[in-house]
Every structure is written in structure tokens, then in C-alpha cells.
Design a protein around this ligand. Structure first.
Ligand SMILES: [Ca+2]
Length: 243
């Protein structure tokens, strides 16, 4: 006997047809996030995993780097900015949609699909081989707030969206009682080099002061020259994590 079910269906106008339902198939779907992987397997180690943040939504699964060790783990690397590129992209669409799968000296890429599976964010700026100059955290964010943080990696998208969603505050430490910075700025002067995260500089002549803000050498390429007509420093990169 054939496995499954067979029968006849009847429609509203007395039309009918035979049908056969096949045996149940278990469709294996990718986890939505590194946090889901870690929750289902607390022994999971940091590395590259296939995830599908919008589940059955249209975005395909992709290979993502998961940090399962730092700050309780479960962090998905969704944004990477190379030290070899000038800073200051205008649009999220200008990025490769695939972030790098390493947190060390990565190429540039930014995941562009839904962030609805995530709530926490960690942004690391001016990273080099010894660590990152600044790390910013925030927890329990709405999807629109996470979108807004991602838009800070693309200053024209940010300018167009900041009227509806202000930039979230951030902490400079992972612990919940760390110092909180309004809009994630150390100084209200957005051109101040000591911003802790949510990188932005929408000043029309200074938008290259962005993400890397490391030491600049005039002959090197990179992310960080804080002046018009960007050419960066070649020594530091940026990372954007969500969980
Ligand atoms: Ca999908």
C-alpha cells in the first residue's frame, strides 16, 4: 500500500478531483540566528554557521560568523568594514550583502535582510589586531531601532530615517549598569572623534569621520580619515553584531 493519504476533494461547484498526500517530510530549516544555535547547543563553538534570519521569508540562508564566547555568546556578525576601504557609504545597498565570516581584518559587507530575529546589538569600532578602540552595547531593542543602527553604516539612509526613529542610547560596557550614552555619543558634538558607537557623522563635509577613527596616515587606505574626501588609515576596521 502506498504511504500517505489518498482521496477525493469536492469544491463548492460540485467540481471534484482525486488527491494524494505523500508521506510527511521533515523540512530542515536553518536556525534564524547564532543565538538560536547556542540555545539549542550550549557547547557550540565560535565559527561559521548557516543561518536564515527571516525563516520562511524570501531572504536565503547565508553563512555567518557566530561569536559564542564573548559577552555570553550568541552574537551574529552582520556588518564588517575593511581597513582597506575609505569610510562613508551612502546606502545600505552599496554593500556586499554578505558580511565577512571573520572578525579579524575582514572584508566589507553588511547583511541587508530582516532584523526581526534579533534584539541586542554590539558595535565595535576602530578594531585592530590588539582589540577594538570602542565597543557599544544595547539590549532589548525594537526592530526599527536595530534598523536605525544599521543605517548608521550608510549616512544617506540614516539621514532619511532618523526623523522617524531616533538612535538608541548605548552602553560602553556589556553589563547592564554600565555608563549609558544618549544616542550613543560621548559628546553631543557629532564631529567629536570620541564617539563610542552607532557610527555617524552626517555633517556634509565630515561624513568620512566614521567607524574606523584610528590613526591616519595620509598615504594609506582605510576607514578612518576624519575629513572631507575620505582616505582612511589602513589599520583599523569595524564590526556590527546582533543577537
Ligand atoms: Ca529565508
Amino acid at each position: 500500500m502506498q504511504e500517505g493519504y489518498q482521496g477525493t476533494s469536492y469544491g463548492p461547484n460540485n467540481d471534484s478531483g482525486d488527491f494524494t498526500l505523500g508521506p510527511k517530510v521533515n523540512i530542515v530549516t536553518a536556525p534564524v540566528s547564532c543565538a538560536q544555535i547556542l540555545s539549542e547547543n550550549p557547547e557550540a563553538t565560535s565559527g561559521v554557521y548557516s543561518i536564515d534570519p527571516d525563516g520562511e521569508g524570501a531572504q536565503d540562508s547565508f553563512e555567518a560568523y557566530c561569536d559564542m564566547d564573548t559577552d555570553e555568546g550568541g552574537w551574529t556578525l552582520i556588518g564588517t568594514y575593511a581597513r582597506t576601504k575609505p569610510g562613508g557609504k551612502e546606502r545600505i545597498s552599496e554593500y556586499s550583502p554578505l558580511p565577512a565570516v571573520t572578525a579579524t581584518d575582514p572584508a566589507t559587507g553588511l547583511y541587508q535582510g530582516s532584523l526581526s530575529a534579533f534584539r541586542d546589538v554590539r558595535e565595535q569600532v576602530a578594531c585592530d589586531f590588539a582589540g577594538c578602540k570602542s565597543t557599544a552595547y544595547q539590549s532589548s531593542l525594537k526592530e526599527a531601532e536595530l534598523d536605525m543602527i544599521r543605517y548608521t553604516w550608510c549616512y544617506k539612509d540614516q539621514q532619511e530615517n532618523q526623523s522617524t526613529t531616533p538612535l538608541p542610547d548605548c552602553r560602553s560596557r556589556y553589563v547592564a549598569n554600565g555608563t549609558t550614552y544618549a544616542n550613543c555619543l560621548i559628546d553631543p558634538d557629532r564631529n567629536n572623534m570620541n564617539v563610542v558607537g552607532w557610527q555617524r557623522d552626517i555633517h556634509s563635509s565630515h561624513h568620512s569621520c566614521w567607524l574606523g577613527h584610528g590613526l591616519h596616515t595620509p598615504w594609506a587606505k582605510g576607514t578612518a580619515q576624519c575629513s572631507f574626501n575620505a582616505q582612511g588609515n589602513g589599520t583599523r576596521w569595524g564590526l556590527l553584531w546582533v543577537r
